[in-house]
Design a protein around this ligand. Structure first.
Ligand code: FAD
Length: 336
């Protein structure tokens, strides 16, 4: 290996692979880094996501401490971009959110971010009437979102300008990448086949993109109902979570159910123009896998982020890159 200019491959060009590519390039200016993927942009699940920073309480790393560190590191990373004039080009915006429930107080709480975001508080009685519905419980919180359709091209541009390569091809096995000094597996659901990982399961999701430039705030209701504003005035309306479903086709019954639930919450959406309906398979795994392949070597895994891969891409990518740098330098992998 030419230690001054190692050759590195990242398998996967979704939000995880591209975030690993960015962080790696910032750490190793002279490395020859290639992102290899068979699908890009709208053909990835990353382009389906609403991209909101609100982990489900089921999101887990190998320990509570590591989960928390991934989330805190991610929040700080997004905040650093938000402070710059690059934020709109990078697809990042901050906004306030309401989460309501008519039957379960606990769904309005979130132990993973309540002490992290600037505001997370119970709603006042009159705020329960802000949207249609018979709400009993609610929380108000400030957060941000990352629009992958802006963020991924933003990374790609910098990555290629700084000498990174993006190659289109399917990887059939990691053995076929033996000429690389280090390989990152950011293949999302594709890791199921590359690693024969039976713990990785798709959770099908479907969202509606509707023009609602007047929407400034995100709203969540019961039964996985959410309405999230977008930078381009296009809101994301969701959603569904269908475990172990591989169906990538739009389901008209899901579309109707999402519309009914979202318009039930915000009747003004009845007049919003629908610009797209998208389907994606969340790569669900508990815990999300960020580790070196056992037995030493040169393979680092970073996949299985389920419904939270956009918000948690930086924290997990920083962890994966740290493991990769230890392997490259021949050091034992340090604890996070
Ligand atoms: C409806 C819906 C709503 C969501 N909302 C949110 C949200 O609000 N917030 C949030 O944080 N997350 C959300 N998510 C989850 C988020 O989209 C995912 O966690 C994230 O996009 C996973 O990113 P990834 O890079 O691992 O996978 P992907 O985007 O699927 O990318 C995988 C990449 O690996 C490549 N690949 C796979 N196998 C191979 C192979 N053999 N050879 C070559 N290349 C290969 C693919 O071509 C692709 O480029 C949502 C998901 C859905 C479906």
């Amino acid at each position: 290996m030419d230690k001054s200019s190692p050759k590195i491959a990242i398998v996967g060009a979704g939000i995880i692979g591209m975030t690993v590519a960015k962080i790696l390039q910032e750490n190793l200016g002279k490395a020859q880094i290639s992102v290899i993927a068979n699908k890009f942009h709208e053909d990835t699940v990353s382009y389906v996501a609403a991209g909101i920073f609100r982990p489900g309480t089921s999101f887990r790393g190998p320990t509570k401490e590591i989960t928390k560190k991934w989330i805190v590191d991610s929040w700080n990373y997004w905040q650093d971009i938000l402070k710059t004039t690059e934020a709109p080009d990078a697809g990042i915006m901050s906004f306030d959110s309401y989460i309501f429930s008519s039957d379960n107080y606990h769904v309005t709480r979130n132990h993973l971010i309540e002490d992290l975001v600037p505001i997370y508080r119970p709603v006042e009685e009159e705020e329960l009437k802000l949207v249609a519905g018979d709400w009993k419980y609610g929380s108000y919180f400030s957060t941000l979102k990352i629009g992958s359709e802006r963020h991924i091209p933003w990374i790609e541009k910098r990555f290629t300008q700084n000498g990174g390569k993006i190659l289109q091809r399917k990887v059939d096995s990691f053995a076929s990448l033996s000429d690389y000094d280090l390989v990152f597996n950011c293949a999302g659901l594709g890791a199921k086949y590359l690693c024969e990982d039976y713990d990785l399961v798709p959770i099908r999701g479907q969202v509606i993109k509707a023009r609602a430039p007047w929407l400034r705030c995100a709203f969540y209701g019961d039964y996985d109902t959410y309405i999230v504003p977008g930078l381009d005035g296009v809101a994301t309306l969701g959603g569904v979570r269908q475990y172990d479903s591989y169906n990538l086709g739009v389901c008209k019954y899901d579309t109707a159910a999402i519309m009914e639930r979202c318009c039930g919450l915000l009747p003004a959406l009845k007049k919003a123009e629908v610009v797209d309906v998208r389907v994606g398979l969340r790569p669900h795994r508990v815990p999300t896998r960020v580790e070196a392949e056992a037995g030493g070597g040169r393979l680092v895994h970073c996949y299985g982020h389920g419904g939270y891969g956009v918000m948690c891409a930086p924290g997990t990518a920083l962890h994966a890159v740290r493991i990769g740098l230890d392997l490259l330098r021949g050091k034992p992998v340090s604890k996070l």
